[in-house]
Design a protein around this ligand. Structure first.
Ligand SMILES: Cc1cc2nc3c(=O)[nH]c(=O)nc-3n(C[C@H](O)[C@H](O)[C@H](O)COP(=O)(O)O)c2cc1C
Length: 159
């Protein structure tokens, strides 16, 4: 199947950061997420196995999904290409960040929104760990989000 025929290639979605913390370790990586239910506030992320993000979620049972702001394209490339195992990304990229309300996971300044999630269930699929998260705390900064479409970054525009 070519990229052009692949719905997952062109399906627009929010760029997100998966921020994690457990004991003395913390990490952040770029990802996309699927929001599966509103009444029951559930979403799913897919995280490559044996990365620090996957380990910290498995150990802590939680993660914070940060919706990237429209001006965070550079940060999305930075934390989406460096491995937390090798480097503290918050120090390396001088990321100014605060915590949310119920987790030590850090939220970079400039984010559009964040959602603290507890892992509801988990399943391994071909080298990736799928985590279904239940949103337990959230906040909307009012900033517009960054969008991922056909391997590129976009902003929202009204029609
Ligand atoms: C736009 C974008 C989306 C990404 N989506 C995912 C994803 O959904 N799952 C994943 O495992 N990695 C994804 N990545 C790659 C990770 O961010 C990258 O492997 C990161 O270095 C992992 O960090 P860690 O090793 O500190 O856990 C994405 C990268 C970019 C730039």
């Amino acid at each position: 199947m070519s990229n052009e025929n692949n719905v997952f290639y062109w399906l627009p979605c929010s760029v997100v950061f998966v921020s994690t913390a457990h004991e003395d370790k913390k990490d952040i990586m770029t990802a996309t997420a699927m929001f599966v239910s509103e009444k029951e506030p559930l979403l799913v992320i897919s995280v490559a196995k044996n990365h620090l993000t996957e380990r910290l979620i498995t150990q802590s049972g939680k993660f914070t999904l940060v919706i990237a702001g429209a001006h965070q394209e550079k940060l999305a490339v930075q934390v989406g290409s460096a491995k937390g195992e090798d480097t503290d990304k918050f120090e390396r990229f001088s990321i100014s960040a605060t915590t949310g309300s119920g987790s030590a996971a850090l939220i970079p300044e400039g984010a559009a929104a964040w959602m603290e999630c507890e892992v509801e269930s988990s399943k391994e699929i071909q080298g990736y760990q799928l985590f279904m998260g239940r949103v337990v705390n959230q906040n909307d900064s009012g900033k517009p989000p960054l969008v991922w479409h056909k391997d590129g970054f976009f902003k929202l525009a009204s029609v």
